[in-house]
Design a protein. Sequence first.
Length: 262
Amino acid sequence: MGTFDKSAVDKDARQYATRIRRGEVGRYVLLPGDPARVDRIANHLDDVGPVADSREFRTITGRYRGIEISAMSTGVGCPSASIAAEELVNAGATHLIRVGSTAGIQPGIRTGDIVINTGVLRNDGTSRAYVPDTYPAVADHFLVHALIEAARERREQAGFGLHIGLGVCDDAFYAETPEWIERHARLGLLNIEMESSAILTVAQLRGAHAAMVCGVSGSLVEADFDYDRGEHGNRRLVDAWENAIAIALEAVVRYDAEHSAP
Protein backbone atom coordinates (compact mmCIF):
# COMPACT_ATOMS: atom_id res chain seq x y z
CA MET A 1 0.00 0.00 0.00
CA GLY A 2 1.45 3.39 -1.04
CA THR A 3 1.60 6.43 1.19
CA PHE A 4 -0.44 9.56 0.47
CA ASP A 5 1.43 12.59 -0.91
CA LYS A 6 -0.41 15.71 0.23
CA SER A 7 1.68 17.90 -2.07
CA ALA A 8 0.29 16.03 -5.08
CA VAL A 9 -3.34 16.90 -4.36
CA ASP A 10 -5.04 18.48 -7.39
CA LYS A 11 -4.65 22.24 -6.97
CA ASP A 12 -7.92 22.79 -8.83
CA ALA A 13 -9.78 20.85 -6.15
CA ARG A 14 -11.52 22.44 -3.17
CA GLN A 15 -8.88 22.66 -0.45
CA TYR A 16 -9.23 20.32 2.52
CA ALA A 17 -9.28 22.62 5.56
CA THR A 18 -10.15 26.06 4.20
CA ARG A 19 -12.65 24.82 1.57
CA ILE A 20 -11.46 27.35 -1.02
CA ARG A 21 -10.60 26.65 -4.63
CA ARG A 22 -8.97 28.37 -7.60
CA GLY A 23 -10.95 31.30 -8.92
CA GLU A 24 -12.37 32.16 -5.49
CA VAL A 25 -9.43 34.10 -4.03
CA GLY A 26 -7.32 36.94 -5.33
CA ARG A 27 -3.57 37.02 -5.75
CA TYR A 28 -3.36 39.31 -2.71
CA VAL A 29 -4.65 37.96 0.61
CA LEU A 30 -4.76 39.62 4.03
CA LEU A 31 -4.38 37.20 6.93
CA PRO A 32 -5.78 38.17 10.35
CA GLY A 33 -5.88 35.58 13.11
CA ASP A 34 -9.41 36.24 14.37
CA PRO A 35 -12.34 35.41 12.04
CA ALA A 36 -14.12 38.51 13.36
CA ARG A 37 -11.36 40.66 11.87
CA VAL A 38 -12.21 39.34 8.42
CA ASP A 39 -15.47 41.26 8.82
CA ARG A 40 -13.46 44.39 9.62
CA ILE A 41 -11.47 43.95 6.42
CA ALA A 42 -14.72 43.45 4.48
CA ASN A 43 -15.79 46.94 5.53
CA HIS A 44 -12.85 48.34 3.55
CA LEU A 45 -13.63 46.43 0.34
CA ASP A 46 -16.07 46.88 -2.55
CA ASP A 47 -18.06 44.08 -4.19
CA VAL A 48 -17.18 41.84 -1.26
CA GLY A 49 -18.66 38.39 -0.86
CA PRO A 50 -18.17 35.27 1.24
CA VAL A 51 -16.03 32.44 -0.11
CA ALA A 52 -15.87 29.86 2.69
CA ASP A 53 -16.27 29.52 6.45
CA SER A 54 -14.59 26.34 7.68
CA ARG A 55 -13.10 25.70 11.12
CA GLU A 56 -10.99 28.76 12.02
CA PHE A 57 -10.70 29.78 8.36
CA ARG A 58 -13.20 32.44 7.24
CA THR A 59 -12.56 33.67 3.69
CA ILE A 60 -13.94 36.59 1.69
CA THR A 61 -13.03 38.21 -1.62
CA GLY A 62 -13.66 41.77 -2.75
CA ARG A 63 -11.99 44.66 -4.49
CA TYR A 64 -9.98 47.60 -3.23
CA ARG A 65 -9.36 50.44 -5.66
CA GLY A 66 -9.97 48.01 -8.48
CA ILE A 67 -7.64 45.26 -7.24
CA GLU A 68 -9.06 41.87 -6.27
CA ILE A 69 -8.13 41.16 -2.66
CA SER A 70 -9.13 38.32 -0.34
CA ALA A 71 -8.96 37.92 3.40
CA MET A 72 -8.70 34.70 5.39
CA SER A 73 -8.48 34.19 9.14
CA THR A 74 -5.73 31.83 10.25
CA GLY A 75 -6.75 31.10 13.83
CA VAL A 76 -4.16 31.15 16.62
CA GLY A 77 -0.67 29.84 16.06
CA CYS A 78 1.61 28.54 13.33
CA PRO A 79 -0.01 25.13 12.69
CA SER A 80 -3.23 26.62 11.35
CA ALA A 81 -1.41 29.58 9.77
CA SER A 82 0.73 27.17 7.74
CA ILE A 83 -2.41 25.39 6.50
CA ALA A 84 -3.92 28.71 5.43
CA ALA A 85 -0.75 29.67 3.56
CA GLU A 86 -0.40 26.27 1.86
CA GLU A 87 -4.00 26.13 0.70
CA LEU A 88 -4.09 29.75 -0.43
CA VAL A 89 -1.03 29.20 -2.61
CA ASN A 90 -2.65 26.03 -3.98
CA ALA A 91 -5.68 28.14 -4.86
CA GLY A 92 -3.63 30.73 -6.73
CA ALA A 93 -2.70 33.35 -4.12
CA THR A 94 0.76 34.83 -4.64
CA HIS A 95 1.04 37.57 -2.00
CA LEU A 96 0.19 37.05 1.68
CA ILE A 97 0.12 39.85 4.25
CA ARG A 98 -0.41 39.01 7.89
CA VAL A 99 -2.56 41.70 9.55
CA GLY A 100 -2.69 40.88 13.23
CA SER A 101 -1.97 41.78 16.84
CA THR A 102 1.38 41.70 18.57
CA ALA A 103 2.90 42.53 21.95
CA GLY A 104 5.86 44.89 22.27
CA ILE A 105 8.99 43.81 24.18
CA GLN A 106 11.02 47.00 23.81
CA PRO A 107 10.52 50.24 25.77
CA GLY A 108 8.50 52.80 23.88
CA ILE A 109 6.29 50.33 22.01
CA ARG A 110 2.77 50.94 23.28
CA THR A 111 -0.80 49.79 22.72
CA GLY A 112 -2.10 51.19 19.45
CA ASP A 113 1.29 51.41 17.75
CA ILE A 114 2.08 49.66 14.47
CA VAL A 115 4.89 47.13 13.94
CA ILE A 116 6.23 46.00 10.57
CA ASN A 117 8.60 43.06 10.90
CA THR A 118 11.32 42.58 8.32
CA GLY A 119 11.87 39.07 9.67
CA VAL A 120 11.27 36.98 12.77
CA LEU A 121 13.09 34.60 15.07
CA ARG A 122 11.43 31.21 14.51
CA ASN A 123 10.56 30.05 18.01
CA ASP A 124 7.79 27.76 16.78
CA GLY A 125 7.55 24.06 16.03
CA THR A 126 5.67 24.26 12.73
CA SER A 127 8.37 25.93 10.68
CA ARG A 128 10.88 23.43 12.06
CA ALA A 129 8.88 20.71 10.34
CA TYR A 130 9.66 22.46 7.05
CA VAL A 131 13.19 23.82 7.38
CA PRO A 132 16.29 23.55 9.62
CA ASP A 133 16.77 25.86 12.58
CA THR A 134 19.30 27.97 10.66
CA TYR A 135 16.75 28.86 7.97
CA PRO A 136 15.60 32.51 8.24
CA ALA A 137 11.98 33.68 8.22
CA VAL A 138 12.29 36.88 6.21
CA ALA A 139 9.55 39.07 4.75
CA ASP A 140 9.53 39.98 1.06
CA HIS A 141 11.61 43.13 0.62
CA PHE A 142 9.31 44.85 -1.85
CA LEU A 143 6.15 44.14 0.13
CA VAL A 144 7.87 45.45 3.27
CA HIS A 145 8.88 48.61 1.44
CA ALA A 146 5.28 49.15 0.29
CA LEU A 147 4.03 48.60 3.84
CA ILE A 148 6.51 51.10 5.27
CA GLU A 149 5.55 53.76 2.73
CA ALA A 150 1.84 53.21 3.37
CA ALA A 151 2.38 53.25 7.14
CA ARG A 152 4.31 56.51 7.07
CA GLU A 153 1.54 58.15 5.06
CA ARG A 154 -1.15 56.77 7.39
CA ARG A 155 0.80 57.91 10.45
CA GLU A 156 0.52 61.53 9.31
CA GLN A 157 -3.27 61.24 9.76
CA ALA A 158 -3.54 58.81 12.69
CA GLY A 159 -0.48 59.70 14.76
CA PHE A 160 0.50 56.19 15.91
CA GLY A 161 4.01 55.05 16.80
CA LEU A 162 5.67 53.07 13.99
CA HIS A 163 8.32 50.39 14.67
CA ILE A 164 10.21 48.51 11.97
CA GLY A 165 12.59 45.59 12.52
CA LEU A 166 12.90 42.03 13.76
CA GLY A 167 10.38 40.21 15.96
CA VAL A 168 9.89 36.76 17.43
CA CYS A 169 7.20 34.21 16.64
CA ASP A 170 6.29 31.91 19.51
CA ASP A 171 4.12 28.83 20.01
CA ALA A 172 3.09 28.99 23.67
CA PHE A 173 1.26 32.16 24.74
CA TYR A 174 1.21 31.30 28.45
CA ALA A 175 4.81 30.03 28.51
CA GLU A 176 6.15 33.50 27.79
CA THR A 177 7.48 34.07 31.29
CA PRO A 178 9.20 37.28 32.41
CA GLU A 179 12.54 35.48 31.98
CA TRP A 180 11.58 34.42 28.44
CA ILE A 181 10.53 37.96 27.55
CA GLU A 182 13.70 39.49 29.00
CA ARG A 183 15.90 37.02 27.10
CA HIS A 184 14.35 37.93 23.76
CA ALA A 185 14.20 41.64 24.51
CA ARG A 186 17.98 41.57 25.09
CA LEU A 187 18.36 40.40 21.50
CA GLY A 188 16.84 43.68 20.31
CA LEU A 189 13.68 42.03 19.02
CA LEU A 190 10.72 44.39 18.89
CA ASN A 191 7.69 42.20 19.47
CA ILE A 192 6.11 38.78 19.92
CA GLU A 193 3.28 37.21 17.93
CA MET A 194 2.27 33.68 16.96
CA GLU A 195 1.76 33.21 13.20
CA SER A 196 4.37 35.00 11.13
CA SER A 197 7.16 32.43 10.93
CA ALA A 198 4.88 29.82 9.37
CA ILE A 199 3.47 32.29 6.84
CA LEU A 200 6.88 33.66 5.87
CA THR A 201 8.47 30.20 5.66
CA VAL A 202 5.69 28.55 3.64
CA ALA A 203 5.54 31.50 1.26
CA GLN A 204 9.29 31.31 0.64
CA LEU A 205 9.19 27.56 0.02
CA ARG A 206 6.14 27.77 -2.29
CA GLY A 207 7.38 30.64 -4.42
CA ALA A 208 4.98 33.22 -2.96
CA HIS A 209 5.62 36.59 -1.30
CA ALA A 210 4.74 37.40 2.30
CA ALA A 211 5.00 40.24 4.80
CA MET A 212 3.27 41.42 7.95
CA VAL A 213 1.91 44.50 9.68
CA CYS A 214 0.51 44.27 13.21
CA GLY A 215 -1.25 46.47 15.71
CA VAL A 216 0.29 46.50 19.17
CA SER A 217 -1.98 44.97 21.81
CA GLY A 218 0.25 46.06 24.69
CA SER A 219 3.76 46.11 26.13
CA LEU A 220 5.25 43.18 28.02
CA VAL A 221 8.04 45.36 29.44
CA GLU A 222 6.02 48.39 30.50
CA ALA A 223 2.74 48.80 32.42
CA ASP A 224 0.68 49.03 29.25
CA PHE A 225 -1.23 45.83 28.65
CA ASP A 226 -4.97 45.21 28.73
CA TYR A 227 -6.46 41.73 28.39
CA ASP A 228 -9.93 43.20 27.79
CA ARG A 229 -9.52 43.26 24.03
CA GLY A 230 -13.15 43.17 22.95
CA GLU A 231 -14.66 45.50 20.38
CA HIS A 232 -15.10 48.26 22.97
CA GLY A 233 -12.67 47.21 25.70
CA ASN A 234 -9.53 48.78 24.25
CA ARG A 235 -10.09 51.56 21.75
CA ARG A 236 -6.37 51.95 21.06
CA LEU A 237 -6.14 48.33 19.92
CA VAL A 238 -9.25 48.57 17.76
CA ASP A 239 -7.77 51.67 16.12
CA ALA A 240 -4.52 49.75 15.59
CA TRP A 241 -6.40 46.95 13.79
CA GLU A 242 -8.06 49.50 11.55
CA ASN A 243 -4.76 51.23 10.85
CA ALA A 244 -3.02 47.92 10.06
CA ILE A 245 -5.79 46.95 7.62
CA ALA A 246 -5.66 50.34 5.90
CA ILE A 247 -1.87 50.14 5.67
CA ALA A 248 -1.97 46.64 4.16
CA LEU A 249 -4.55 47.62 1.55
CA GLU A 250 -2.71 50.77 0.52
CA ALA A 251 0.53 48.76 0.37
CA VAL A 252 -1.09 46.35 -2.07
CA VAL A 253 -2.06 49.29 -4.31
CA ARG A 254 1.50 50.65 -4.23
CA TYR A 255 3.08 47.24 -4.78
CA ASP A 256 0.67 46.30 -7.59
CA ALA A 257 1.33 49.56 -9.43
CA GLU A 258 5.08 48.96 -9.34
CA HIS A 259 5.16 45.23 -10.05
CA SER A 260 2.26 44.45 -12.37
CA ALA A 261 3.18 43.66 -15.94
CA PRO A 262 2.49 46.55 -18.35
